[in-house]
Design a protein around this ligand. Structure first.
Ligand SMILES: Nc1ncnc2c1ncn2[C@@H]1O[C@H](COP(=O)(O)OP(=O)(O)OP(=O)(O)O)[C@@H](O)[C@H]1O
Ligand SMILES: [Mg+2]
Length: 271
């Protein structure tokens, strides 16, 4: 089992879209068993894969908030909460793509767990039973490095950083890299590595995009995938039907690029 977290402290760069499309492609076209964990209280990947009605049904007993022991509902604070209760199977119309939905309560995770010992490892302890069930766990992180993404990092093998090649990422990226390395030094059981930057929302007509991509590649702060994801409205449309674009627009430019990216990711992980 490999665990990949999608992280960038900047918002709106395609973390959620990448998690959902890569997850869908791994399950649908590479015969992998995939679990997406949504640890962002914005619940974007959750609602890209299940309907609001379904989420309403689940939200009091079957979300990441229950897994992390913070839901005030029924099952909640019990030590023995079984993570399987929070797994929704075959989401978004994709066989072998499972989801642990998020919850708005996650906003208060840092406050709720302030006095819990080893609070960065709550998810790790719950996940142990799943190692044999999944080939890939993909974690959709919020745009920060608070306790929820720290719980993701500690169990991750790899980090993928989606980046829109505008002016600010080149400033933010070294900061992210330094933070993660600093944090890793204080949690020795954490072996996470940067797998690479994936450029997203790339507009070929916009020279600033190619300039920024060149500049970041030259800087050599992190490896950059050679596949880039173009600006493509079809990628955003799919969420309205609670399905990945891989299902609704399987041959649009955006999905074709994610398809190539997934092959590049698999080559990189296996090499
Ligand atoms: N390649 C793309 N082309 C066009 N639109 C895109 C592309 N990738 C993502 N989007 C759209 O941009 C918006 C932000 O994308 P997304 O939610 O994936 O970013 P995010 O990094 O997860 O944001 P947040 O930090 O808020 O969680 C969404 O409306 C999404 O549909
Ligand atoms: Mg997101």
């Amino acid at each position: 089992m490999k665990v990949i977290s999608f992280i960038n402290m900047k918002g709106g760069v395609g973390k959620t879209t990448s998690t959902v499309e890569i997850g869908a492609l791994l399950a649908k076209e590479h015969d992998k068993k995939v679990l997406i964990i949504d640890i962002d209280p914005q619940t974007n990947s959750t609602l890209s894969l299940i309907s609001l009605e379904k989420w309403e049904e689940l939200k009091d007993s079957s979300t990441i908030a229950d897994v992390l022991g913070m839901n005030k509902g029924m099952s909640s604070r019990e030590e023995e909460y079984d993570i399987n209760n929070a797994i929704v199977r075959n989401v978004g119309g994709v066989n072998n793509l499972d989801l642990i939905p998020s919850h708005l309560e996650l906003t208060f995770l840092d406050l709720d767990l302030v006095s819990v010992p080893a609070r960065e490892s709550v998810l790790k302890n719950k996940l142990e039973g799943l190692a044999t069930e999944y080939d890939y766990i993909l974690i959709d992180c919020p745009p920060n490095l608070t306790l929820a993404p720290q719980n993701a990092l500690i169990i991750s093998d790899y980090i993928i950083v989606p980046v829109v090649p505008e002016i600010f990422p080149s400033i933010g990226l070294p900061l992210l890299v330094n933070r993660v390395h600093k944090w890793k030094r204080s949690f020795r059981e954490c072996n996470v590595e940067f797998l690479g930057v994936v450029f997203t929302k790339v507009d070929g007509r916009y020279s600033m995009h190619s300039q920024q991509m060149d500049a970041l590649r030259r800087k050599d702060v992190i490896d950059c995938f050679s596949t880039v994801i173009p600006q493509n409205a079809d990628l955003g449309k799919a969420a309205a039907s609670n399905q990945p674009a891989t299902m609704t627009h399987p041959y649009c430019n955006g999905v074709e690029s994610y398809r190539t990216l997934v092959k590049e990711i698999l080559r990189k992980i296996n090499s």
